[in-house]
Every structure is written in C-alpha cells, then in structure tokens.
Write a protein that binds this ligand. Structure first.
Ligand SMILES: [Zn+2]
Length: 137
C-alpha cells in the first residue's frame, strides 16, 4: 500500500515537473474569459452544445452556471446537461448568422459575452468549420 502511494506521489511529481504543454486543440470554438472556460460545438445533427471544461480541456460539472444563446438575435431554447447545455433544436439553417453566447457563473452574475458566426463551411486553412477556425486566416 505504502509503495503504491509513493509511486502515485512520484507520478504526480513528474507531471508537475513537466513544462507546460501547448493547449490541447479542442473541437468546436473555445470560449474563454476570466473565470470561464467552455467549448461551443455544433454537432452533426446541428444541435449546439456548450460544455464547461477545465484547464486540461476535460469536461467539468455545470454547477450553478447559466448560458443563453442567441442566433440572429433570437433566443435559442437550451436543455441542461451534466457538463453544460445543448440546444433543444438544431440551429437555423441560414448561414452566416451572428451567434451570441452569454455565460454566467450564477443566474444573477455579470455575463461573459462571446460573439461568433454560425458558419459550418470548412476553412481551407485549418480544415475546421469556420465558426471554430483557429488559423485566423
Ligand atoms: Zn481556419
């Protein structure tokens, strides 16, 4: 038992000693602001998800956070999930269209606002869908 604990500790020490790795490239569009780290992803069924993640990009519990999503100025109905939210319906087919995602730490907290564009065409540079383009072309 003691040996196991020691080896676990030394693994922990090894991980801690490693230099910071470049951020994991996560699918979709990263939404990051002070105190906020989430991914906005448009699934193949065109429903969009907002998933809260930790520093390593792993999903974390939704907690008290609330999200609103507007597409083209219209609120989209969301359903809670363990790690975030999913739109009740597929996103509108009109592209490009403006999307605003608001994330609040609690219902009455000041929101962090993210503006993106509903555009699922593939970027020629990074081969990701345009709303999640990371090559900044
Ligand atoms: Zn790109």
């Amino acid at each position: 038992m003691k040996t196991l604990l020691l080896s676990l500790l030394s693994i922990g020490a090894l991980v801690a000693a490693e230099p910071a790795k470049p951020a994991v490239v996560r699918p979709g569009r990263a939404l990051e602001a002070p105190g906020v780290r989430a991914d906005f992803l448009i699934q193949s069924d065109r429903k969009a998800t907002v998933t809260f993640v930790d520093e390593a990009g792993k999903p974390v519990a939704r907690g008290e956070r609330t999200v609103t999503v507007k597409v083209d100025g219209t609120d989209v109905a969301l359903e809670p999930q363990p790690n975030g939210f999913i739109t009740k319906d597929p996103l509108p087919t009109k592209e490009p269209a403006p999307i605003v995602v608001q994330i609040r730490a609690k219902a009455d907290a000041k929101p962090a606002n993210f503006r993106l564009t509903l555009d699922t065409s593939l970027c020629g540079g990074c081969k990701r869908q345009e709303y999640g383009c990371i090559c900044g072309h």
